[in-house]
Write a protein that binds this ligand. Structure first.
Ligand SMILES: NC(=O)c1ccc[n+]([C@@H]2O[C@H](COP(=O)([O-])OP(=O)(O)OC[C@H]3O[C@@H](n4cnc5c(N)ncnc54)[C@H](OP(=O)(O)O)[C@@H]3O)[C@@H](O)[C@H]2O)c1
Length: 346
């Protein structure tokens, strides 16, 4: 089995495996297929699993973990389990109950990392398949974060963090936090390098965790921009590595952790085999010059009467550097991977 390296969290108090398996899958798979995929991933060497209430992956992930623990394949403290607070529960008083429900599905006493999924609240309600603009609310970030801190104090989570937060929004948390966020999980790959955010987070001791590290390739909502990138193909060919490995290794060398989704046994092994070689200065230089294209704009979280009027406001991208992707990428595509849900979002 391949050894997975780990990265320090919160200035070294805890560690997170440098690579984790994503559980947001498109096309959606049955709970049984996801359980099997996670079991295969554990056998292959994955120790970090990334779930979210909205992915509906907590139950099958929990089943696979329970199997592995029962069979003595791993100990609980070898695993690193992340899950996320959905926007309908991002309100004072709802955070702890939401986490308890996630823990029930995961069949765990604690998760290693709990993230605020988006810097947006939705009217408290059942999770549904689409976002109505009138449901969008500004988040009471101070109170929600206090409750996240309470989750940690209660021992229900080992570390807390956020996802899809800009530097400005991280600053808002840091202004009042007693426990600073340990992680910010964001889109990151060679075509969306997050240089400014990486620098900011490094300075503040926040680990950046890279989602969609291959650009969500192959999915109807995703983009093949990363997997079809000519420069990356050339580097991969010359190095005798796959393009996916070049992307994953590049992320690791930037000091970010990786969340990559594959339910394919061969690709699981391929994605893990990135820790015993490195990219040369020349290769890093070439990658640093690649044109930048953001995949997930998440415009569904914006509306004229909502807390964010445009994707630029949501991401605090004042200079409007985001380039509209060639394929229409929506938040829904990523968070609601089933075909049924997808149709609501088009
Ligand atoms: N916090 C957030 O808001 C957020 C948003 C998006 C995603 N995420 C998390 O990040 C995870 C990963 O992101 P993602 O699923 O959007 O995108 P991704 O990991 O960049 O891409 C997944 C796609 O790449 C394919 N793939 C994986 N390894 C490969 C390889 N070695 N060679 C060729 N193709 C490969 C997979 O296909 P196969 O399965 O067929 O191999 C799948 O189609 C998600 O599952 C989720 O846990 C979080």
């Amino acid at each position: 089995m391949v050894g997975v390296l780990s990265m320090p969290l919160s200035f070294g108090k805890r560690r997170m495996p440098a690579i984790g398996l994503g559980t947001a899958s498109y096309p959606s798979v049955s709970a049984e297929a996801m359980r099997l995929a996670v079991s295969e991933a554990i056998a292959a060497g994955f120790r970090h699993f990334d779930a979210a209430a909205i992915y509906h992956s907590e139950q099958p992930l929990g089943d696979a973990i329970a199997d592995a623990l029962r069979q003595g394949l791993v100990e609980r403290d070898e695993l690193f389990i992340t899950t996320k607070l959905w926007c309908t529960d991002a309100h004072p008083g709802l955070v702890i109950p939401a986490l308890r429900e996630s823990l029930r599905k995961l069949q765990l006493e604690y998760v290693d990392l709990y993230l605020i999924h988006w810097p947006v609240s939705l009217k408290p309600q059942e999770m549904k398949s689409h976002i109505d603009p009138e449901d969008l609310l500004p988040m009471d970030l101070k109170s929600v974060w206090e409750e996240m801190e309470e989750c940690q104090k209660l021992g229900l989570v080992k570390t807390i963090g956020v996802s899809n937060f800009s530097c400005k929004k991280l600053d808002q948390i840091l202004a009042t936090a007693n426990i600073p966020p340990a992680v910010n999980q964001v889109e990151m790959h060679p075509l969306w390098q997050q240089k400014k955010l990486m620098e900011f987070c490094k300075e503040k001791g926040i680990l950046v965790s890279a989602y969609s590290p291959l650009g969500s390739n192959g999915a109807p909502w995703g983009s093949t921009n990363v997997m079809e990138c000519r420069e990356l193909k050339e580097i991969a060919l010359a190095k005798g590595k796959s393009l996916a490995q070049i992307c994953l290794r590049w992320i690791y060398e930037q000091g970010a952790s990786i969340i990559v989704k594959t339910f394919n046994k061969g690709r699981m092994k391929e994605n893990l085999a990135i820790f015993d070689w490195n990219l040369s200065e020349d290769e890093l230089q070439k990658i640093s010059q690649l044109p930048q294209v953001k995949g997930c704009r998440a415009s569904e979280f914006t509306s004229t009467n909502g807390p964010y009027k445009s994707p630029e406001e949501l991401w605090d991208d004042k200079k409007g550097k985001m380039i509209v992707p060639t394929l229409t990428t929506t938040f829904a595509d990523i968070c609601y991977p089933s075909t049924i849900f997808k149709n609501f979002w088009r």
